[in-house]
Design a protein around this ligand. Sequence first.
Ligand SMILES: Cc1cc2nc3c(=O)[nH]c(=O)nc-3n(C[C@H](O)[C@H](O)[C@H](O)COP(=O)(O)OP(=O)(O)OC[C@H]3O[C@@H](n4cnc5c(N)ncnc54)[C@H](O)[C@@H]3O)c2cc1C
Length: 194
Amino acid sequence: FLPMASLNPEEQGHWQSIVWTLPEDYAEEYAALSDAEFTQLLTRESQHMLGGVLEATPRATFPLKARAAQQYIQDGLALIGDAAHVIHPLAGQGVNIGCLDAAVLCDVLLHDQARGVWAHEQTLKRYEHCRKGQNDAMMHSMSAIGWMETTLYFPMVWARNFGLKQVENQPMLKDAFMAQANGLGLLKDTRYAA
Ligand SMILES: Cc1cc2nc3c(=O)[nH]c(=O)nc-3n(C[C@H](O)[C@H](O)[C@H](O)COP(=O)(O)OP(=O)(O)OC[C@H]3O[C@@H](n4cnc5c(N)ncnc54)[C@H](O)[C@@H]3O)c2cc1C
């Protein structure tokens, strides 16, 4: 749920942008429901987190696909953000990792400039080396978590619930996950740390 501004001041906080990720057959079925059926279902499935959902604007559905460029760089060219990687949006990490790409690329380019060169092959390779592994790992983790969220295979459901409980109960573990999720842990190695 992402809270949205409203043009009507009295409605502030009432509008949310909602992303609902579902297995394909469910997505098609839910998209075809009437507005009344859909808002009722959303109220129930979101466990009344927003109270009663009263109204929904037209719904859009599209398939989610994890994709990654095999190579981020070519001579004089570097891919950043979704041009380089598209990940499952369940943890809202897309913008974070795109911004980290930008931060690291600026960092290596400015380092280059200080030495009187620009976008040297080795520089771009350093950027790719620094970001590709981390982005691929994030992409695969998000896909795995997405799969675990929807699987009904009992051992996996048990492992997921057990794992989440452990993280919730151990502040240090939780902090480590949060540092990874908000991207600040990775930013500290760049000139934008402050
Ligand atoms: C359903 C969903 C929910 C998401 N939720 C979150 C979230 O909560 N938090 C989060 O961090 N991330 C989220 N993301 C991911 C996030 O939206 C993307 O990671 C982010 O927008 C990528 O930014 P970008 O600038 O790299 O690419 P984009 O946002 O795709 O921007 C690329 C731009 O280039 C334009 N363009 C394309 N081709 C051309 C061309 N030939 N000429 C000129 N312009 C062109 C496009 O129109 C677009 O405006 C979500 C993604 C989806 C699909």
